[in-house]
Design a protein around this ligand. Structure first.
Ligand code: UN1
Length: 510
């Protein structure tokens, strides 16, 4: 099959999916921003962009929508998210496929991402009948003190290419049941899936009826300048931003300057520890998925591995074999487990890191480019690098499938090394020893937002709070009580007595 035939195929397929998902042609036919597919490296559409004035207008409209939406009772708001979940169920195959085309995910991961959206919708629907406050003991007789949660306003969402639809849904599903509107700036690399989500959402709104105001979801298509409009706008009290630590270093202070809130979900440099008692078959599978899955382009990807020297020579040769034999190829045309990198810059970044690792004494398995029949697409063999110690590129997140493997002898030292990087997102220990497992989860164990036992670092469920510490930014999205970040808290004290006792015994008799 020659490249031009493939080109026609993928463009036609993307258009067919967009139309099935309800996206009008004017949104992607002749706009100013190229939509590329990493699968073939070709342009599949030209998306209409938002101007700075248009972005500001969208935020104003979303603010008006918020003012009406907050008055709709929360369980009713949940009904809209329930309908969104239904639409996602009905269109899972199409949206999952579009994710594969635009982000290069293998089919089960493209579909898995949509499943993650459905799951968070279910979670948010239940939440819409909760949003619990507290009643707190008061020192004053005849008084009641309580805490209530109110909608916050327009929630800005900035998302990355690697989870182009799920990360939006984690934020949007919670924001909506909490009574907010959403303005979303997706990655420039994944605009088509964003347009698809908007169309799916609009269908849910239509089914919901007139209680849903216009402007509950606005999508801004553009580059960094458009993201800045969102970050700097006074009518956006919270921005939830997923991306690099470098992006977070810009966004965080800008928000702080105007006292807006931030949920930052930034880089990860996630590690695993394989102890002497580990179930090595299980560890092998978990490591392979964590490190090679999604072509190493999850923020939760396993990037560092500390292996006890008593099991190193058993596990590492098996791992290397898995690296050598893993199938790499087009997620649309083959059943490969590893799809493409997002673009040439990602490939260059990977090669640079591998070169640096070599200068630090790293022994590299894999890492070279794979010819998948598409000259402008970047497929690579995942790389396993045995490192003498943790230094150089091991300390940084390179958004590509590189796993640095190091030997350890003492668990305390391994945990210290584990924690000695900037990021603090996800972590795991593979052990059947209760003391080791508990030590890893304890106060002076893993310093990450996610710490697992006998599970890899990636693939978290939506029910838990998702996010990490240190340079990962500290934000939490998704499950548990992450919803609280999307609301404002009011402490209310009600006096139902006939007197006016002052707190702290203060007297002020006039
Ligand atoms: C991300 O890479 O930005 O835990 C999110 C996971 C997924 C989410 C990853 N549920 O790997």
């Amino acid at each position: 099959m020659n490249v031009s035939t493939k080109r026609l195929d993928i463009v036609a397929e993307a258009r067919g999916l967009l139309s099935a998902l309800g996206v009008g042609e004017s949104a992607y036919a002749a706009g100013g921003m190229a939509a590329m597919s990493p699968v073939t490296g070709e342009k599949i559409a030209e998306v209409a962009t938002t101007t700075a004035a248009g972005a500001a207008r969208a935020i104003e409209e979303a603010d008006s929508a918020f003012r009406k939406w907050r008055l709709v009772p929360a369980p009713k708001r949940g009904e809209l998210v329930r309908l969104l979940g239904e639409e996602l169920r009905a269109h899972k195959a199409e949206l999952g496929r579009l994710v594969s085309i635009e982000a290069g995910k293998i089919p089960s991961e493209g579909l898995g991402e949509v499943q993650e959206m459905i799951d968070i919708c279910d979670f948010a629907v239940g939440l819409s009948r909760q949003l619990y406050g507290l009643t707190i003991a008061t020192e004053r007789p005849g008084h009641r003190m309580m805490e209530t949660w109110h909608p916050l306003g327009v929630i800005g969402v900035i998302s990355a290419f690697n989870f182009p639809v799920a990360v939006w849904s984690w934020n949007a599903a919670l924001a909506l049941v909490c009574g907010n509107s959403v303005v979303w700036k997706p990655s420039e690399k994944t605009t088509l899936t964003a347009l698809a989500c908007q169309a799916i959402f609009e269908r849910a709104v239509k089914r919901f009826g007139s209680d849903a105001p216009d402007g509950l979801l606005k999508v801004l298509i553009g580059d960094r300048a458009i993201g800045e409009v969102l970050v700097d706008h006074p009518k956006v009290p919270l921005v939830s931003a997923t991306g690099s630590t470098r992006m977070g270093r810009d966004v965080g202070p800008r928000l702080a300057k105007r006292f807006a809130r931030a949920i930052l979900e930034l880089g990860g440099n996630n590690a695993g520890i394989v102890t002497p008692s580990a179930d090595l078959d299980m560890a092998l599978r978990a490591i392979a998925f964590g490190a090679m899955g999604t072509a190493g382009q999850r923020c939760t990807t396993l990037r560092r591995l500390f292996v006890h020297d008593s099991v190193y020579d058993t596990l590492v040769p098996r791992l290397k074999k898995a690296y050598e034999s893993v199938s790499v190829g087009s997620p649309l045309e083959t059943s490969a487990l590893v799809g493409p990198l997002i673009d040439k810059a990602a490939f260059d970044g990977m090669q640079k890191a591998l070169k640096q690792a070599g200068t630090h004494g790293g022994k590299i398995t894999g890492g070279s480019r794979v010819d998948a029949g598409h000259a402008d697409a970047y497929y690579v063999k995942p790389a396993l690098v045995e490192m003498p110690k943790q230094e150089g590129p091991v300390l940084e997140e390179t958004f590509a499938p590189i796993l640095y493997v190091m030997k350890y002898t003492d668990l305390d030292a391994a945990i210290a090394d584990h924690n000695a990087v900037g990021a603090g997102l996800s972590s795991s220990i593979f052990t059947l020893d209760l003391q080791e497992a508990e030590r890893f989860l304890s106060v002076d164990g893993s310093d990450c937002g996610i710490a697992n036992v006998n599970i890899g670092t990636s693939g978290a469920e939506i029910g838990g709070a998702f996010g990490g510490e240190k340079e990962t930014g500290g934000g939490r999205e998704s499950g548990s009580d992450a919803w609280k970040a999307y609301m404002r808290r009011a402490t209310n004290t009600v006096n139902y007595s006939k007197a006016l006792p002052l707190a702290q015994g203060v007297s002020f008799d006039i």
